[in-house]
Design a protein around this ligand. Structure first.
Ligand code: ZN
Length: 337
């Protein structure tokens, strides 16, 4: 094999055989791991990322009424263990480890890629079913956040799938940064080379789906959580893509991105509105929670029973926005005069 060659290419700080293993992190061994203040700072920073992602996970998957984690102690342990494993596999197979930096010849690269793919599959097979179930859930959650960040147009829409792979493969710290809209630069040299190993890993993960065990996921009783009992208060459906209330309007931005926002409203009064560019700018620059909140304040009489605290499916919320955004736009037509 050639995973050794792959690592020798100056791509990783350590050969695989010297990377720390899980047992090294048991409490009685921690002293041997944390040698320097720099390492202690890295571990603290990573811990903060994990805690923030746990809160986000809880808000998205368990209880969208609270922006801090509502996971139980056991759920929190499962989430954190799975997220550190996802982080580890990103360090192992994601950036900075694109196989095509190793050899110059294409055939050599393909051979190395095949070897790496085999190693990826072996890596996943090394987990027990009770470990793999939360790992898959948390991996999907990270992919979901990266998709959200790309759709929310933090980046130009060109090369979306490459950017998604890049965000996931750079690890949870980068994915979270992109989700917050704080990612200031992308390493353009590696963006394109990260997609093939990422896609292969997704295939390996899909195969591992069959290993998932009910009851082993992050949430102990997923059918009991607040979110699973909710229905749209207008059409009474419980849609898969989510329900929206003032506590999670901000998340809608990556589900219905600003570029699509103007398409779905299909404004009949469009021609009377003189500055379409201005409207586009308002939708892009106003945080979604504020934008939708203002549309609710200015809603027409026909919608007065629709309260900001109501849970609405995406379709009902889009209908609401289509029928009420005109008043919001008119209130912005002559700004600050
Ligand atoms: Zn509905």
């Amino acid at each position: 094999m050639n995973v050794d060659a792959y690592w020798r290419g100056g791509l990783a700080p350590l050969p695989v055989s010297k990377l720390p293993k899980e047992q090294d992190f048991q409490s009685n061994n921690v002293d041997t791991i944390i040698d320097t203040m720099r390492e202690a700072h890295i571990l603290t920073a990573n811990h903060n990322v994990v805690q923030e992602l746990e809160s986000l996970y809880s808000w998205r998957k368990k209880d969208p009424r609270s922006s801090s984690s509502r996971l139980t102690r056991c759920e929190s342990d499962r989430f954190q263990a799975a997220l550190y494993r996802v982080w580890f596999l990103c360090a192992l197979y994601g950036r900075p480890a694109p196989a095509n930096r190793v050899g110059k010849a294409k055939s050599n690269r393909q051979e190395i890629q095949r070897d790496v793919n085999r190693e990826q599959a072996k890596f996943l097979q090394s987990f027990t079913p009770s470990q793999i179930t939360p790992l898959l859930e948390v991996w999907k959650f990270m992919v979901d956040l990266a998709t959200w960040a790309v759709r929310a147009e933090i980046f130009p829409p060109k090369n979306c799938s490459y950017l998604k792979a890049y965000l996931v493969w750079c690890g949870p710290g980068t994915t979270l940064q992109a989700f917050r809209g704080n990612l200031t630069s992308v390493d353009r040299k590696v963006v394109h080379s990260l997609r093939p190993p990422y896609e292969h890993f997704c295939e390996v993960f899909n195969m591992a789906e069959s290993l998932k065990q009910p009851g082993d996921g992050v949430l102990i009783l997923p059918h009991e959580c607040f979110l699973s009992k909710l229905k749209c208060q207008q059409c009474a459906r419980a849609p898969l893509e989510g329900l929206w209330s003032e506590s999670n309007w901000s998340y809608l931005r990556g589900v219905v991105p600003p570029s699509e926002f103007l398409n779905f409203v299909e404004l009949p009064w469009w021609n009377s509105y003189t500055d379409a560019e201005l409207l586009g700018d308002i939708c892009r620059s106003t945080p979604y929670s504020q934008l939708i909140g203002e549309v609710f304040l200015l809603r027409s009489k026909a919608y007065r029973t629709w309260k900001p605290g109501c849970w609405l499916c995406t379709t009902c919320l889009q209908t609401f926005m289509r029928d009420n955004i005109e008043a919001f736009c008119r209130s912005r037509e002559y700004p600050e005069q």
